[in-house]
Every structure is written in structure tokens, then in C-alpha cells.
Design a protein around this ligand. Structure first.
Ligand code: CUA
Length: 331
């Protein structure tokens, strides 16, 4: 392939990249909340503006390749027209473009750091390999109830999100509702999230965090305020597990890592299971919450999620069956 053809191919792939990835969900260009609406123009400006700069640079490269040196031109003349190109194109232009973007980005960051509308509350989201712990906090900052991998929000009301990590750096990202914020061990980052219309919005860990980084999904359910209040009240209730199921849960070793509020199972290594039956997904969004999927998960977590921290407990089939009906009953 000649260099000129290589440049043409590069231009073609850039154009393809610019148009691909917009179909399907979720995308920063499909905005369903006041924070994502502030961020989207920054995304468009970056995509189109920097795309134009990239195409201009490639076009100049093409011109440089195709244009022969004049026979009497000194290729090492640093004071002629070449010097002007360097000063303008290599220094002044990038300095202006990068500074303008820095100012625009910082201004956007400042805007999304404040509540837009009357805040509805605060959640603490703790990222772990490879799931999300979600604590709904009361006004005093104490945990009201805990859930996992699923956030519910009342439509039109911003929630403050405090982000922690239990192990490595992760990044919390629900593109249609809010910007990306890192979850860093040993520090608490803060951001806001809000959704205008009832619906389910999908998010994803956006920082490579190990083998199952791609299997670290989060669902945000935006609902009207009555439905949200009902959901929150139900989540705050302790579980009422049947005693046979609870005994099987303990005997199988599950309570070492999982908590069921209102029982002696108080493990915090894995997701809180107090109302696991009410959640739409299992294993941080990679499986629908069905008895069949839960059985498959208990049988062999590692084959569904690489290097899952949930061990294969070599449970017997009757034990799996018992645990599935017990856990699905925790609504
Ligand atoms: Cu967590 Cu990537």
C-alpha cells in the first residue's frame, strides 16, 4: 500500500468511526437528564471539532507527500515558509484549540457539580470487582438501606452520588443520564445524576478494572415519585426469610459474604441480598433475574463471569434448587 493510499484509508476509517457507535444504546448523544444534556454539546464539539482538525492534518500530510520539493529548495531551511507553518500550525493553533477545550471542559465540569433542581437525596455507590454496592443514605449520612447493581431515582429530581471503591479504580458511567466519574480507592468522589422521564437506563464501568471489567453493568430505573417512594419503603424493610431457606443459606456458606437485613447473615464482601428477588438482573447486569439463570450462577459463577469473586461452592443440585427458590422469594 502506498503512503497516499494509507492516508486515504485512515480518512475513511475516521469517517466510519464518526458515524458508527451512535446506533443502539446507551450513547452520550441520547440525553434523558439535565446533566447529560449539559455534557452532550461538549461531546459534539469534541467529536466534530477535533474530527475536523484530524481530517485537516491528514489532508496536509497528503499534500506534503504528493508535493515534490522544488529542486532549488533547501529541505533544512528552518527560517523560510516551513518555519511559519511550524509556528502557526504546530504551536499557535494547537495552543488555542487545547486551551479553548480546557476552558469549555472545566466550565462544564463546574456546572455538573452542582444540583440542578431540588436534590432528592444521596446515594453512596461503592465499585467492586465486579459489581456495584449502592447505599441510600438518610439526611445524617447513615445508610437507610443497601442494594446492588440497580439504582432507582424519582423522575426529575437530582440525586447526589458519592463514589468509593472497594479495590481498584473503576469508573461510574450512565451515559444517558450523567457524566463519567472515577471510583478511586481511599477517596470519595462526588457527582450528580438525574433522569427526566421514567425508564431504564444502562450504565457500565468505564475504567479497565480486571478480567470482568466488561461484566460490570449498572441499571438505573427512573420512575415517578410515588413508585420511587414505594420502592424505597419496600427496600428499607428487613427481609422475612423462611427458616428452612435461611438455614440452607447459612449451611451453604453464603452468609460469610452476603447480607440479608434482619437476619444473622451480615457479610459485606458480596452484594446485599435482602431484596435480591426484586432486582431485574443478577451478577451485575449480565444475567436476567430468572430461576434458571440464578441456578446456573450458583452452579458455576466463574464460567459466567471470569475470575468472579463468588466461589464455586460445589453445591448439590437439591441445594441449588432450595437456594434458588429461597433467594427468588426475597422480594
Ligand atoms: Cu470496574 Cu471496570
Amino acid at each position: 500500500m502506498t503512503v497516499a493510499r494509507g492516508v486515504a484509508v485512515e480518512l475513511g476509517s475516521a469517517a466510519l468511526l464518526a458515524t458508527a457507535g451512535c446506533a443502539g444504546s446507551p450513547s452520550i448523544f441520547h440525553t434523558y437528564g439535565s446533566y447529560s444534556r449539559i455534557i452532550a454539546p461538549l461531546g459534539w464539539t469534541a467529536t466534530l471539532g477535533l474530527g475536523a482538525v484530524g481530517i485537516a492534518v491528514l489532508a496536509l500530510l497528503l499534500v506534503a507527500i504528493l508535493r515534490r520539493n522544488e529542486p532549488d529548495e533547501d529541505p533544512y531551511d528552518y527560517h523560510g515558509r516551513g518555519a511559519r507553518w511550524l509556528a502557526i500550525g504546530g504551536l499557535a493553533f494547537p495552543a488555542v484549540v487545547v486551551s479553548a477545550f480546557a476552558v469549555y471542559s472545566l466550565a462544564t465540569l463546574r456546572t455538573v457539580e452542582s444540583p440542578r433542581g431540588e436534590p432528592a437525596g444521596t446515594i453512596r455507590v461503592t465499585a467492586n470487582q465486579w459489581w456495584w454496592r449502592v447505599d441510600y443514605l438518610d439526611r445524617g449520612g447513615d445508610t437507610e438501606f443497601t442494594t446492588a447493581n440497580e439504582i432507582h431515582l424519582p423522575a426529575g429530581r437530582p440525586f447526589r452520588v458519592l463514589l468509593d471503591s472497594g479495590d481498584v479504580i473503576h469508573s461510574f458511567w450512565v451515559p444517558e443520564l450523567a457524566g463519567k466519574t472515577d471510583a478511586i480507592p481511599g477517596r470519595t468522589n462526588s457527582t450528580w445524576i438525574e433522569g427526566d422521564e421514567p425508564g431504564v437506563y444502562h450504565g457500565q464501568c468505564a475504567e479497565f478494572c480486571g478480567a470482568s471489567h466488561a461484566n460490570m453493568l449498572i441499571r438505573v430505573v427512573v420512575e415517578d415519585s410515588a413508585a420511587f417512594r414505594e420502592w424505597a419503603a419496600a427496600q428499607a424493610e428487613p427481609a422475612r426469610p423462611d427458616s428452612a431457606g435461611m438455614a440452607l443459606f447459612d449451611a451453604s456458606g453464603c452468609s460469610a459474604c452476603h447480607r440479608i437485613a434482619g437476619t444473622l447473615a451480615q457479610g459485606t464482601t458480596g452484594p446485599d441480598l435482602t431484596h435480591v428477588g426484586s432486582r431485574a438482573t443478577l451478577a451485575a447486569g449480565i444475567l436476567g433475574n430468572t430461576p434458571g439463570n440464578l441456578a446456573a450462577w450458583l452452579r458455576s459463577p466463574d464460567s459466567l463471569k471470569a475470575q468472579s469473586r463468588m466461589p464455586d461452592l460445589n453445591l448439590s443440585e437439591p441445594a441449588i434448587e432450595g437456594l434458588v427458590s429461597f433467594l427468588e422469594g426475597l422480594k
